[in-house]
Design a protein around this ligand. Structure first.
Ligand code: PHE
Length: 451
């Protein structure tokens, strides 16, 4: 094992950091609007199925690659494939995908930070309907000074954590922020479900209507699994590379997946009961959080404070994810080019921020600049999240299941967890070799309109 490589300071360190990476805007912003637009409980069931059949086995595989090789995504694939250029390319694709996701993710994270400040200033106090809140959102996000200022602040927070390394930076930040995040979300869920008329929302989330499920919803559920679990681009691989060989991969992976899934479900219970209690429609699309929620809090006792808490929660969740995004490229540059972590994090953070500028401007000045009918922001989001992540997922499954092979994968998986029951290993190998690649391929071809 590379003795110079930093490792997590405690067993819970990996779990909290990886759960922090997974839990983010994906759970609080993306998941609720997808549920709202695609049939509520039925979509949730479909999502859970994808998590178990494809998500969890791939999370295990990604962590396994990183822990075995003890390197960044490119270095790991290079080592385990004996310098095969194709697999090195897969590692490079992961790092590039991370760069792309981080560039626009930082913009949305900046908006949430901006909304903490706007909430504290009372900017939403007198807004009575979502349409007016929508106009305010458009104005704020189209103002490049507002949007770039907050995304620059957000990037500085991210760099500030990565700068201090694995234990002092990532692990410490996750240990502080994740418990606070859970506390805040539980507070908001209690607020939501105790409102008068909350029952409609609870029913919406628990009574499935399967007629809402079709090929398109399956695709969306699937994409959400990748995005939400930070899967397919080497984030879990990189965090896995800071694990020692006496930690248990499978149980850690299960904890991360369970924590991430609970936050998504809790986010549903935080948002839909008050939304339906106030007679608003669940299908609002991506602007759900920024248009509806500021207004919703106006009709809730204590709304001023709950609104600040909500956007604080959103910003914190985003921060534990952006640190994992920046860590992937930082680890790559530190390992491969021998640059110091401190220098690499500042330079790379700056580059990611600049790459995000066109995405930030997509809401304003570049609104009419479209490629394939998508704004720059939507295009980067679509290519990275809907194409590159699932593609990365297929490659990880094929690599572990077939190229590197089960003969090498299983002994490495068992290191640190000798007591793992044999049937779990068997189920995992079937899922990783057959189920995951075939399902991803089918959904992928379907999304491209080929089948
Ligand atoms: N999982 C994060 C979220 O749900 C997003 C993310 C994707 C983070 C890929 C890292 C890598 O918000």
């Amino acid at each position: 094992m590379d003795n110079n490589r930093e490792h997590w300071g405690s067993k819970i360190g990996f779990i909290l950091a990886a759960a922090g990476s997974a839990i983010g805007l994906g759970n609080i912003w993306r998941f609720p609007y997808l549920v709202g637009e695609n049939g509520g409980a039925a979509f949730i069931i479909l999502y859970l199925l994808c998590v178990v059949l494809v998500g969890l086995p791939l999370v295990i595989a990604e962590i396994l690659i990183g822990r075995t090789a003890q390197k960044n995504p490119v270095g790991s694939f290079r080592e385990l494939s004996n310098h095969n250029p194709f697999w090195v390319g897969v590692g490079v694709l992961g790092v590039l995908t991370g760069l792309m996701i981080h560039s626009y993710y930082n913009v949305v994270a900046g908006w949430s930070l901006g909304y903490v400040v706007e909430s504290a200033r009372g900017s939403f106090q007198h807004i009575g309907d979502p349409e007016k809140a929508g106009i305010l959102f458009d104005q704020l996000s189209a103002s490049w000074t507002w949007s770039l200022f907050f995304s620059a602040c957000f990037m500085m927070f991210t760099i500030g954590i990565i700068y201090f390394g694995v234990i002092q930076g990532i692990e410490k930040a996750s240990k502080i922020m994740l418990p606070i995040l859970f506390l805040l979300i539980i507070l908001l869920v209690i607020r939501g479900v105790t409102l008068e008329g909350a029952r409609a929302g609870i029913c919406y989330l628990t009574k499935p209507d399967f007629s809402a499920i079709n090929g398109k919803t399956a695709l969306l559920a699937f994409g959400q699994v990748f995005f939400s679990l930070s899967l397919g681009m080497g984030a879990l691989l990189t965090y896995g590379s800071y694990m020692t060989k006496n930690e248990k991969i499978v149980s850690s992976a299960v904890s991360v997946v369970v924590l991430n899934t609970s936050v998504s479900l809790l986010a549903g219970f935080m948002i839909f009961p008050p939304l339906l209690a106030l007679g608003m429609k669940p299908a609002q699309g991506p602007s759900l959080i920024f248009n509806i929620l500021p207004v919703m809090f106006n009709s809730i006792p204590g709304g001023y404070f709950f609104r600040i808490i909500f956007f604080l929660l959103l910003s914190m969740a985003a921060l534990t994810s952006t640190i994992s995004l920046l860590e992937v490229i930082t680890a790559f540059v530190v390992d491969e080019f021998r640059l110091s972590r401190k220098k690499a994090s500042v330079i790379l953070g700056g580059i990611v921020f600049l790459l995000g500028v066109p995405s930030a401007l997509s809401a304003g000045r570049l609104e009419n600049f479209t490629i394939l009918k998508l704004t720059f922001f939507q295009l980067v989001d679509f290519i990275s999240a809907n194409i590159f992540l699932p593609l990365g997922g297929i490659f990880i499954a094929l690599f572990v299941g077939w190229f590197w092979g089960m003969k090498k994968a299983i002994p490495n998986l068992l290191e640190g967890s000798v007591a793992l029951p044999g049937f779990i290993v068997t189920i995992w190998s079937i899922l990783i070799r057959f189920v995951a690649p075939v399902l991803i391929l089918l959904i992928f071809l379907n999304s491209l309109g080929i089948i």
